[in-house]
Write a protein that binds this ligand. Structure first.
Ligand SMILES: [Fe+2]
Length: 379
């Protein structure tokens, strides 16, 4: 099924997405003592104006016991109010925004997550990934995961076939996995997925029999993993909903350049499944992931979701005599060879703290973030 048609499934792994608009029952609401007006004492507010509404809202939210949540909400309210003050937002524009977000929510289903798509096309997904998973020079950068990862891929042996599309151009993929000191990483779990030759993931075909175009592999003692795929092709993100309409208004196309997704999992490395163990499907969708992009793709410099980075561009070459002999293919067989470098969790933590200090300094805020909270930066 072509993206853009109606009923386009995206990802079958969001059955338990905690929709922000999920309904509490009346009983649950009554039992929520945090909201009982006879038991809480909100800070007084009065005479609200354009100038003091922000501090009043922040003060009202200040009873929250989760300090990180309180901080994030404080900054969100501050920026949201400044946005309205700065743009001189009109009531009709405000209502148009609410209508748009309502439509984004209404088109979400168990297999379609329009909010992630919205985050992607606004560049927020890549921004958050880059902040939370910084990469030191020389290590492989991350990029957006996209909405098509599933957990049903079969584990295959090295040399196995991940795509059975007869119309795709056969591609030999040979990779190594190392740490930042150059030592091979053995036994990492590697999740790989790509579209078929028409630019559709398996989950986009209503008539599919099972997973295809996806597999799981384990790196060997020398960090090598290799498999047979097909040469990736460009494809459009789902654009039959409100996000697609937004792209149209902005004169943006919906295409992603040809790419293949990779996700690594190895204890001690930033791969990452560090959110909330065991992470529910919604958070899995936000995991750190990589993709390799074909150089000179027509959409290389205009990816609809901003995922392309120079270090992730690859060339498809020919196997040549050495690879042909070693991997049992013809010399003119298409080849993708790439060396991944994974960064450790400790390295990531250190870099995250460093970047945080630089970023806040640029914003003119003399604080640093410690355990998710701002503290005065006195160094
Ligand atoms: Fe993709």
């Amino acid at each position: 099924m072509r993206c853009g048609s109606i009923n386009l499934p995206i990802n079958p792994h969001h059955p338990s997405i905690p929709f922000p608009f999920s309904k509490e029952s009346k009983t649950e609401r009554r039992d929520n003592s945090n909201m009982d007006p006879s038991r809480i004492k909100p800070p007084p507010m009065k005479d609200l104006t354009i100038e003091n509404i922000t501090e009043n809202v922040i003060r009202t939210n200040s009873l929250c016991e989760d300090e990180r949540m309180k901080y994030v909400l404080e900054r969100l309210v501050t920026h949201l109010h400044d946005f309205a003050r700065e743009t001189r937002l009109s009531s009709s524009e405000w209502m148009a925004g609410l209508k748009f977000l309502t439509e984004v929510g209404q088109i979400c289903t168990d297999v379609r997550q329009e909010f992630i798509l919205l985050s992607d096309v606004l560049g927020l997904s890549l921004l958050v990934d880059s902040i939370d998973h910084p990469k030191p020079k020389g290590s492989t950068e991350g990029t957006v995961l996209g909405p098509f990862h599933t957990h049903e891929a079969e584990e295959i042996n090295h040399g196995g076939r991940m795509s059975h599309d007869p119309r795709g151009e056969p591609l030999l993929v040979v990779c190594t996995l190392k740490d930042t000191t150059g030592s091979p990483i053995e036994g990492a779990k590697i999740d790989i997925w790509e579209t078929d030759s028409t630019g559709h993931y398996d989950v986009q075909h209503a008539e599919r029999n099972g997973p295809d175009g996806r597999c799981v592999l384990r790196s060997s003692h020398d960090g090598v993993f290799w498999f047979r795929a097909i040469t990736p092709v460009p494809y459009p993100i789902p654009h039959d909903g409100p996000v697609g309409k937004l792209l149209g208004k902005l004169h943006r196309h919906a295409y992603r350049p040809s790419h293949m997704h990779f996700m690594f999992e190895k204890e001690g490395y930033d791969h990452l499944i560090t959110y909330f163990p065991p992470p529910p499907p919604f958070f899995l969708a936000l995991r750190k992931a990589l993709a390799l992009y074909l150089r000179n793709d027509p959409f290389e410099t205009s990816d609809a979701v901003f995922g392309v980075k120079n270090s992730l561009l690859v060339d498809i070459g020919k196997a040549g005599p050495d690879y042909a002999r070693k991997y049992g293919v013809a010399e003119d067989h298409a080849l993708l060879a790439y060396d991944f470098v994974l960064v450790s969790e400790a390295e990531t933590r250190e870099l995250r703290a460093q970047n945080s200090r630089i970023a806040l300094d640029r914003l003119g805020r003399k604080v640093k973030i410690v355990n998710g909270l701002p503290v005065p930066d006195l160094d």
